[in-house]
Structure formats: structure tokens, C-alpha cells
Design a protein around this ligand. Structure first.
Ligand SMILES: NC(=O)C1=CN([C@@H]2O[C@H](COP(=O)(O)OP(=O)(O)OC[C@H]3O[C@@H](n4cnc5c(N)ncnc54)[C@H](OP(=O)(O)O)[C@@H]3O)[C@@H](O)[C@H]2O)C=CC1
Ligand SMILES: O=C(O)C1=N[C@H](C(=O)O)C[C@H](O)C1
Length: 268
């Protein structure tokens, strides 16, 4: 890595997360915002971000063209599960390191991206949750599952969210699954009187998704044992909770080869 600033393109720059990320990159002395891409974008839309119009940032709806014109080191993507695959492949084609917060990505894609990144000898990060508190919640939950294997996950999000269950809930379940044997939970003869009442099934764990206005991003992991329960809860009450993790990933990705999946693997 040289001493110069890391050149960053933010994709989904006009979205709820993209706006926060653009602000964070603009205010970080080690990062330089060189491009802002969205599906529909004009400077009036993103003008609410302080200083946005006066920084020489390239505003565009065309990702490939933005890469050619702004020559970035890193792409930070917060878009949606339907477009993330195309965006990452475009980044890989141009040798740009992807830092991805977008959720709903299948495991096969993660494996494929890892292979390409290794071939190109550059890094990438996919983190379903960039908030340090959420990462701790997942790690504590994985630890607890060794002793209390009966567990259900309840995630609560704003009602504009497209994917369910959340990326955080899936990552939590994956981390728990590594620490316990697959097992069925609840009564063997239990019967759903309304379809979905018992939530989604991940290796016997149940995941319940709540979508309501007023929420940002929240999750409870509830463990049950003989005569006791343990609840581990995390709340993101503002999207700024994700920003230190995003900025850290944009820097650390410069020294990685291959894909890192999960912020916990960058902080351990
Ligand atoms: N990892 C983490 O810590 C976090 C992850 N997330 C994830 O980030 C993603 C974005 O969330 P959020 O900001 O709330 O969503 P938003 O819908 O507010 O933002 C997404 C933005 O991407 C734009 N977009 C859609 N298609 C494209 C495309 N092809 N190229 C460029 N831009 C595009 C959307 O435009 P339009 O509205 O016109 O479609 C929108 O402006 C979600 O997957 C969410 O789960 C969210 C919070 C934290
Ligand atoms: O869509 C969101 O808002 C969030 N998405 C991520 C997820 O799916 O886990 C992270 C956080 O929960 C906010």
C-alpha cells in the first residue's frame, strides 16, 4: 500500500446506507471519495451530503464507466440482492476490491468471488453486519450455543428491507451451527396452524423476521435450557453504527488476498 489515500467508489450512494457511507468516506483522512453511483442519481439528490457537490466526485449511473474514469482502489456496495452479483463482477473485471454490505448473497457467489480474487491477488470483504456490537452478539451467541444448544433468532428491521431473514440472522445461524450438532427443536409432533408460524428453519434453528416502521436493525438470540433462558440482544438505533466497520474494511481490504466473509475475521 502506498501513502496516498485509498480511492473509493460508493455504489447505492443515494440509498439509506450509501448516503452515510459517502459522508464517512468524505470525512476520513485516509479515504478519498472518487465516485458515487446509483440507479438514478443527480447531484440535487445527493446534495444533502456535506460538501458532496464541491469535491470533484464523479456522479454516475454507470459503474463500469465510473471505474474507467475514476480509477478506484475499492468499491463499497450497499445496493440490493438483485444487483450485487453484477456489481461485484464488474468490480472484479476492473481489478477493483469489493467491500460489500449488501445482504442476501448466496454462498456459491462468495466462493466464486474468493477464487477470482485469489487469482487476481487482491482482496474483498463481504460483511452482513458492520456494527461492532452486532459482531460481538454473533460471537457471544456462538459461544453460548456450546452450552445451550436450543436457540431461536428473532430479527427486527424497518419495513423497507427487501431480504428476509436478514444477512445478520443467517450469519449468526452459520456461526452457531459450527458450534453445535444439527438438532430438531420444539415438540416432534408440533404442527403449524398458520404457515410460517415457527419461522424459517436453519439446521433446526428457527429464525423469525419482524418488519415494522420505526425499527432500524435489531436482533435477539434466545437460548433455552433447563429452567432458564439466555437472551443476547443487539440494537442499531442509527445507521452511523455501521460506519467505523465500513471505514476499517475499506482500509484493511488493501492488504488482503481473497475474500473475507464477516467483520469478525478482520478484527480477530
Ligand atoms: N452490512 C451491513 O452492515 C448493512 C447492510 N445493509 C444492507 O445494505 C443494502 C442496502 O440497504 P439500504 O441502504 O437500506 O437500501 P436502500 O434501498 O436505501 O439503498 C439501496 C440503493 O441502491 C440503489 N440501487 C439499486 N440498484 C442499483 C444498481 N444497479 N446500481 C447502483 N445503485 C443501485 C437503490 O436505488 P433505487 O432506490 O432506485 O432502487 C438505492 O438508492 C441492503 O442489502 C441491506 O440489507 C444495510 C445496513 C447495514
Ligand atoms: O437492511 C438493513 O437495514 C440491514 N441489513 C443487514 C442485514 O440484513 O443483516 C444489516 C443490518 O441488520 C441492517
Amino acid at each position: 500500500m502506498t501513502d496516498s489515500k485509498i480511492r473509493v467508489v460508493v455504489v447505492g450512494a443515494n440509498g439509506r446506507m450509501g448516503r452515510e457511507v459517502a459522508k464517512t468516506v468524505l470525512n476520513d483522512p485516509l479515504l478519498e471519495l472518487v465516485g458515487a453511483v446509483d440507479r438514478s442519481l443527480d447531484q440535487v439528490d445527493v446534495g444533502i451530503v456535506t460538501g458532496y457537490g464541491e469535491t470533484g466526485v464523479l456522479f454516475s449511473t454507470n459503474l463500469g464507466e465510473t471505474f474507467v474514469r475514476s480509477n478506484p482502489d475499492v468499491m463499497i456496495d450497499f445496493t440490493n440482492p438483485n444487483v450485487i452479483r453484477d456489481n461485484v463482477y464488474t468490480a472484479l473485471d476492473y481489478g477493483v476490491r469489493p467491500v460489500v454490505g449488501t445482504t442476501g448473497i448466496p454462498q456459491e457467489d462468495l466462493q466464486a468471488w474468493d477464487g477470482i480474487l485469489r487469482e487476481k491477488e487482491i482482496g474483498g470483504v463481504v460483511a452482513p453486519n458492520f456494527a461492532i456490537g452486532a459482531v460481538l452478539m454473533m460471537k457471544f451467541a456462538a459461544q453460548a450455543a456450546k452450552y445451550l444448544p436450543h436457540v431461536e433468532i428473532i430479527e427486527m428491521h424497518h419495513d423497507q428491507k427487501l431480504d428476509a431473514p436478514s444477512g445478520t440472522a443467517i450469519k449468526t445461524a452459520e456461526m452457531i451451527a459450527k458450534e453445535r450438532q444439527r438438532m430438531e427443536q420444539g415438540h416432534p409432533q408440533e404442527e403449524e396452524k398458520l404457515i410460517g408460524a415457527r419461522g424459517a428453519d436453519f439446521e433446526g434453528m428457527r429464525i423469525h423476521s419482524v418488519r415494522l416502521p420505526g425499527y432500524v436493525a435489531h436482533q435477539e438470540v434466545i437460548f433455552g435450557g433447563l429452567g432458564q433462558t439466555l437472551t443476547i440482544r443487539h440494537d442499531s438505533i442509527h445507521r452511523e453504527s455501521f460506519m467505523p466497520g465500513v471505514a476499517m474494511a475499506a482500509k484493511k481490504v488493501m492488504a488482503i488476498k481473497g475474500l473475507v466473509y464477516g467483520l469478525e475475521n478482520l478484527i480477530d
